[in-house]
Design a binder for this molecule. Structure first.
Ligand code: DON
Length: 328
């Protein structure tokens, strides 16, 4: 009788907790995926920001953070790289919280451009001009939309927001910031064009400068995975327990990431991987599996669209092995 009782309890446990019964060893998974792509060498460091051309192209790291805050990493996980465009997907939270969800649609836009991230044509061809918050035009517009007493306070809002997502203090990588500031003539042109169309909401120089500083914030893959896991956990950082953004905004932000997170390759990415994600020319990519994981990878060489080759491959493989495609 006692044996039967134990058997019934055991069966009930397996039925109620099937995930635990078949739990995947995530540390083994990141180790294996890191090893699988260790010798991948396609792509090239971006050189339009000279400091990025100098980063060691062999660097490679992979991290997963679960929506309940457990972390697993492999490779060059201590290495800090500039967040670049990945920051746009998190700054969007700060703007949405302050300005409301309608402002994002009405003052920036949420459609795909289908064009490169710094396309002037996209501004000329679309009446929304900035088109979406994740291309350069939309990200500069995002920064300009944030209201603050002055530039210093606005920067503090931007930095604090990123830190709440990452769960630690972050710093600007001064070499990247200087290099990009010295060469960002095209972003200045984009900001001026937006101003010309009434789609920039603050001073041109100040907006480009704050945007450039935001792109130069240093992170590692663990940070990016925590940031992704915060979206996976409906806006609460699962490591610190702090709220980064209201849960109601998360689906909208993930929708924008799915639409435009990998720029002109966003459709291909979604077709192959089926996850909202955001890339940066610093070599980082973060993907979000709602309710489950933030997955991040980093390696400097990027493809023609500006997305890290190895980071894409690593996240694609992890998503496949975790059966994480959201469209199934
Ligand atoms: O403004 C730029 O060009 C860079 N600071 C950011 C671009 C970027 O990261 C595009 N990413 N794939």
């Amino acid at each position: 009788m006692k044996k039967l009782k134990i058997f019934v309890i055991l069966v009930a446990y397996i039925i109620c907790f099937p995930v635990q019964a078949a739990e995947i060893d995530l540390q083994k998974l990141v180790n294996e995926v890191h090893a699988q792509f260790a010798n991948e060498n396609r792509g090239k460091n971006p050189d339009y920001i000279p400091a990025l051309a100098k980063v060691d192209p062999k660097l490679f790291a992979v991290s997963i953070v679960t929506a309940d805050g457990k972390s697993y990493s492999a490779g060059d996980i201590k290495h800090e790289f500039s967040i670049q465009s990945v920051g746009k997907a998190f700054n969007l939270s700060a703007v949405m919280q302050q300005q409301g969800e309608d402002a994002i649609v009405e003052k920036i836009g949420v459609n795909a451009t289908g064009l490169p991230f710094s396309s002037i044509m996209a501004i000329e061809l679309n009446e929304e001009r900035s088109v979406n918050p994740l291309v350069n035009a939309g990200a500069i517009a995002q920064v300009s939309l944030l209201e603050a007493k002055n530039a210093k306070e606005k920067w503090q809002m931007i930095e604090t927001n990123l830190e709440t997502f990452a769960g630690r203090d972050l710093t600007v990588m001064q070499d990247i910031y200087k290099s990009e500031t010295d060469t960002n003539v095209k972003n200045q042109a984009i900001a001026r064009l937006l101003a010309n169309y009434g789609r920039l909401y603050a001073d041109v120089e100040e907006s480009v400068d704050l945007y450039t500083r935001m792109c130069s914030v240093g992170v590692n893959t663990h940070d990016l995975a925590v940031m992704g896991a915060t979206y996976a956990n409906r806006g609460i950082n699962p490591v610190t327990g702090k709220k980064a953004v209201a849960a109601k905004h998360v689906p909208q932000i993930l929708a924008v990431m799915a639409t435009a997170g990998l720029y002109d390759d966003s459709g291909l990415w979604l077709y192959k991987v089926g996850l909202p994600a955001k890339s940066g020319v610093g070599g980082g990519i973060v993907a979000v599996v709602p309710g489950k994981y933030g997955i991040a990878a980093f390696s400097p060489p990027v493809d023609a669209a500006g997305n890290s080759v190895r980071a894409q491959l690593a996240i694609e493989e992890i998503a496949k092995r975790l059966n994480a495609n959201i469209f199934q």
